[in-house]
Design a protein around this ligand. Sequence first.
Ligand SMILES: CCC[C@@H](/C=C/S(=O)(=O)c1ccccc1)NC(=O)[C@H](Cc1ccccc1)NC(=O)N1CCC(N2CCOCC2)CC1
Length: 214
Amino acid sequence: APASWDWRDHGAVSSIKNQGTCGSCWAFSVTGNIEGQWFLKNGTLLSLSEQELVDCDGLDQACKGGLPSNAYEAIEKLGGLETETDYSYTGMKQSCDFTSVKVAAYINSSVELSKDEKDIAAWLAENGPVSVALNAFAMQFYRKGVSHPMKIFCNSWMIDHAVLMVGYGERKNIPFWAIKNSWGEDYGEQGYYYLYRGSNACGINQMCSSAVVN
Ligand SMILES: CCC[C@@H](/C=C/S(=O)(=O)c1ccccc1)NC(=O)[C@H](Cc1ccccc1)NC(=O)N1CCC(N2CCOCC2)CC1
């Protein structure tokens, strides 16, 4: 795998979004992954709808949380995702307003990735941004630089947030993951969180997944 990679350099990542007070991070993680998969298959970068998942994904709990694995299944059943413009974000659960006529992107299946950070980096560089989940404790106090929280402050078994891994590299010999968050542009470094790579920090390696677009 390349020593570093960043899908933002290849046009596969949409702009930073803001989930607001709704616990819909799981939906943003999944739309970010599918935006990347769709771009790499069809050459078009779309901004896809999280609100469709909040309102219409009955396997998840809208603003009270969800799992990417459930969301992929729900998207397959619904038939795809509408664009952010067609089904815009309100940050509150409403009645489902999905219409298959407006589907802009669809998926065929999904995959769970290896839990080995070397394999995850190789998969990412080859296939696109990855939906990941982690313990977000350190993220809440993050401002800039490569976050390397002590294990006691970032328990790998208390995973409570879902985000999008868009790249990896090294800063002053410190290996990092570049992570797209959904807490707005003012968060961290222009909306991004940089986490130490190589010690399974905060459980980042535990739940890596991606949609598959054939
Ligand atoms: C209230 C939900 C908040 C929301 C988004 C987080 S957040 O708001 O961005 C945030 C996270 C951490 C600190 C501060 C803010 N978190 C989630 O959606 C997290 C994300 C996650 C956690 C663990 C593994 C994978 C993904 N998921 C969850 O919170 N849930 C996962 C599914 C679970 N279901 C219960 C019923 O039976 C089926 C499963 C409900 C809770």
